[in-house]
Design a protein. Sequence first.
Length: 211
Amino acid sequence: MVKLDNRYPAPRPPLSRLFALACVLVLGYLGFTRHYVSFAYQYALFGLAGLLICVAFDSDLLTARRLLGYERPFRKRHVLPAVTAGACVVIAVVTRLFYAHSPLYLWYRQSSISPVEYFIVIVLLVTVIEEIVFRGFVQRNLSDLVGSMAGFVMASILYGFYFLLSGNGGATVIFALVGAFTGFIYMKSGSVWLAAALRAPVMILVYIASF
């Protein structure tokens, strides 16, 4: 028996959006492996190019409703500080384990810019770009296609694979954990801004632990 008060399921996204995902991965690979300008700016520019391709296939990606709203009821917001603190501790410890090959430090050495400038570009700007792409576009569309839990798992794996393309094992492990954390927040809330905001303290600790 069907309940009439159930919310209608989200429409299935067109499979053509998988092409945009493929473009994001290719651009990520190029951003990691090609050296045209300072690494930090190159990485941010390739990420921005991926974001623009996603917008071309998903025209309302940058709307206030998609970026600032809560698309799912999130009744247990009181646990967010504890969840975020736990993620900060775990990811910071893992970062220290990979200290000799810390991705943020190695990428900093390839960037030839000041630590403050690097922090602004990689920790703040790139955080926003990646959360819009991997939560607002990738996880959102995969969730509409295969369900929220499967979409969360697939998006987290893809985010880890994105960093595997860099050839840095430490980056793969660290950012797979970051992606699992922000993906969980997005799965529960449907909020890109909340995922990005809670990723910020995690990335700050990763940055500190990398130097």
